[in-house]
Design a protein around this ligand. Structure first.
Ligand SMILES: NC(=O)c1ccc[n+]([C@@H]2O[C@H](COP(=O)([O-])OP(=O)(O)OC[C@H]3O[C@@H](n4cnc5c(N)ncnc54)[C@H](O)[C@@H]3O)[C@@H](O)[C@H]2O)c1
Length: 367
């Protein structure tokens, strides 16, 4: 295999970009960050200086750079589709932060354009590739819980306007607790249990206006901030998910999967490591399961590295477009179901991404 780095350009140099720059530059030999851009050039210059990125530039200049093979799109959700479509049109594979796109139509355009141009598209989250989730995946695949019967997933908080520097996007289309945090939970569930066949749900907006703590600015809330959903997985398991920005406190688990032989308590899906616990039939308490895989720290960018390996070898990448689009479709279907008062059959589906092999050296992926 070539030892030349796959050159990456980062579009969007905001709050989350520092973690990506750090990991892509320092953790994965296969990746080299060649350029970065932002609508706000000061942000692009600041990140370039902090992380030693050779070329802070406009997005147009970044997309015109023939050395760049992958665009890592860390813009706000409203720009995910337009920036990545421009990248795909410029002959570059695209890796989006979540959600994959705001509308299903834009999500489908991304998939179609990538396919037509012979490029890869996909995106966050890649936390399901971390050691906590890969341990869960191995336990399920090895039969430790028997047949999956059901799953629960809960994400309850009071929103992000108290800490985020620019929190408006959390209350606009593409934001809200489901489109913001749902991708972690749903990507984890689909990678562990498989695709979803149909959903139903109920949604509401509890506080039509939010106030940004640091400056008192008001935000008009345009998306549901409490979403309760039920999912029928293709294999017959039944999932329940609640995501909320309307709740001051809760004592619910992040994700549990209930099988015919045991229950699996899954770590927080916004992290890479965590504690995995099993309670088998007949056990009188939970037992901690030893983690079988690496990548336990915040390894955002793991999915980009996996995409770079896939580009070289031709194998599928794990944080792929079909998975990200299926998750987008599920999230929309909760809102459709709530409006229609009915179950919604999903048109999309996807395979489960390949598990990571046991014994990988951190910083290197399988070819
Ligand atoms: N902040 C977090 O903790 C966090 C964690 C995980 C994922 N994310 C996701 O990462 C993405 C970015 O979040 P953030 O918190 O970094 O937001 P942010 O607002 O801090 O940064 C986004 C940046 O993108 C730039 N941008 C917007 N549209 C652009 C365009 N068309 N072209 C070029 N630049 C553009 C903005 O100027 C801004 O600097 C979101 O999709 C979010 O869901 C954020």
């Amino acid at each position: 295999m070539s030892t030349e780095k796959t050159k990456v350009g980062v579009v969007g140099c905001g709050a989350i970009s520092g973690t990506y720059f750090d990991r892509m530059i320092n953790a994965f030999d296969i990746l080299g960050v060649a350029a970065c851009s932002d609508l706000d050039m000061d942000r692009a210059r600041a990140k370039a200086e902090e992380f030693g990125v050779p070329k802070p530039c406009t997005t147009e200049e970044l997309l015109a750079d023939p050395d760049i093979a992958v665009v890592v799109n860390l813009t706000t959700p409203d720009a995910h589709a337009s920036v990545s479509l421009a990248a795909l049109d410029a002959g570059k594979s695209a890796y989006n932060e979540k959600p994959f796109a705001v509308t299903r139509e834009d999500g489908r355009k991304l998939l179609e354009t990538a396919k037509a141009n012979g490029l890869l598209v996909g995106g966050a989250p890649d936390t399901f590739m971390g050691g906590g989730f890969q341990t869960c995946r191995k336990l399920i695949d090895d039969g430790a819980i028997g047949e999956p019967v059901a799953a629960t997933a809960f994400m309850m908080c009071h929103g992000h306007e108290s800490w985020h520097p620019n929190p408006e996007f959390y209350y606009k289309p593409g934001g809200g607790p489901m489109f913001d945090m749902g991708p972690y939970y749903l990507t984890a569930l689909v990678s562990l249990i498989g695709p979803v066949r149909r959903v139903t749900g109920s949604t509401r907006i509890t506080f039509p206006e939010r106030t940004i703590t640091k400056n008192g600015t008001k935000i008009a809330v345009e998306v549901p901030t409490h979403v309760a959903g039920v999912m029928d997985f293709a294999n017959g398991a039944i999932g329940t998910i609640v995501t909320s920005f309307d709740v001051w406190g809760a004592n619910l688990p992040c994700i549990e999967i209930y099988g015919t032989e045991a229950t699996l308590a899954v770590p927080h899906p916004n992290g890479f490591g965590g504690t995995v616990r099993l309670r088998r039939a007949g056990d009188d308490d939970w037992r901690e399961a030893p983690l079988t895989h690496g990548y336990l720290e915040n390894f955002r960018g793991l999915g980009v590295a996996d995409m770079a390996y896939a580009l070289r070898s031709g194998r599928p990448h794990r944080a792929g477009g079909d998975l990200a689009y299926h998750v987008l479709d599920i999230m929309h279907a909760f809102e459709d179901a709530s409006r229609q008062g009915a179950h919604v059959e999903l048109e999309s589906t996807c395979g489960r991404p390949a598990p990571l092999p046991v014994g990988l050296i951190e910083g290197v992926l399988d070819e």
